[in-house]
Write a protein that binds this ligand. Structure first.
Ligand SMILES: Nc1ncnc2c1ncn2[C@@H]1O[C@H](COP(=O)(O)OP(=O)(O)O)[C@@H](O)[C@H]1O
Ligand SMILES: [Mg+2]
Length: 256
């Protein structure tokens, strides 16, 4: 494949005491794709995200992002390199408007923590443009002046992703962005995530298989801290090992 690799992880291990949450994971993510990570509860998906975004440190292995070894870099350094993850609902300022929320998130990109984007080299105009562009992507232009607290649950979840987008990242990590969503919001979220790969690379953990199969370019299946299978959605759908992994999980009722 000639598409450049944006993110490569090699032999990632993560131990909690003697327990191997990750037993040596390899992952290659190509630029401008939606790359989904699926697997039963407890498979290590969220732990892998923590390793890749720098929220937690690896026990061993190597992570290269955009040509740089970021394995031992703290998360704020990786943010500067263009790695973003979706915020939690609790990080929205519910009394502030949608636009104000995005403006604050856009300001977070400045390298020096104290500096806001009204003083950044690219100035307030770039900041306003970023906010306008994210509002359009979110399909929330008509809600720009509405307090975030007045949005529907699905709109709030979309705004959380927008908060991450406002930092203009190269890669965006989404951990179960559709959890708790009603059916109407699901379609909007699906279309929205799919649209992101025009300008970003999306690494997605998602339990809704219809969404995964519809919007992913590549699917990596994890089980017990390892990669069980990887391929196109159509290949994963018909993989017997993958079926068995999910069936086994249902039988044991495994929950993280
Ligand atoms: N901080 C932690 N301390 C100990 N064990 C943990 C910790 N975080 C996760 N684990 C364990 O690691 C395994 C993988 O968890 P996780 O990455 O959350 O799985 P997933 O996101 O695929 O459901 C689970 O068995 C979980 O209990
Ligand atoms: Mg998880």
């Amino acid at each position: 494949m000639s598409i450049p690799i944006l993110l490569e992880a090699v032999g990632i291990k993560k131990y909690y005491g003697k327990f191997a949450a990750l037993g040596g994971v390899d992952l290659k993510v190509h630029a401008n794709t939606v790359h989904s990570v699926i697997g039963p509860n407890g498979a290590g998906k969220t732990t892998l995200f923590h390793m890749l975004t720098g929220t937690k440190t690896v026990s061993s292995g190597r992570i290269v992002f955009d040509g740089q070894d970021v394995t031992h870099e703290p998360d704020h350094r990786r943010v500067q390199r263009g790695i973003a993850r979706s915020f939690q609902v609790t990080s929205l300022f519910l009394s502030l408007s949608v636009r104000e929320n995005l403006r604050l998130a856009a300001q977070g990109i400045a390298p020096a923590k104290a500096m806001n984007c009204w003083h950044a080299p690219d100035g307030p105009r770039a900041c306003a443009e970023t906010v306008a562009s994210v509002l359009a992507k979110l399909g929330l232009e008509s809600f720009a002046s509405v307090p975030a607290g007045n949005l529907s649950h699905g709109q709030q979840r979309r705004l959380e992703v927008g908060m991450a987008l406002a930092a203009r990242p190269k890669a965006i990590f989404l951990d179960e962005p559709t959890s708790g969503m009603g059916i109407d919001d699901l379609e909007d979220m699906k279309r929205f995530i799919r649209s992101l790969r025009d300008e970003h690379t999306v690494i997605l953990i998602e339990h809704n298989m219809n969404i995964v199969m519809d919007i992913s370019d590549v699917v990596t299946v994890m089980q017990q801290g390892r990669v069980l299978a990887e391929g196109l959605p159509s290949e994963i759908r018909s993989d017997n090992r993958v079926r068995a992994a999910y069936l086994g999980n249902m039988i044991t009722g495994g929950k993280a």
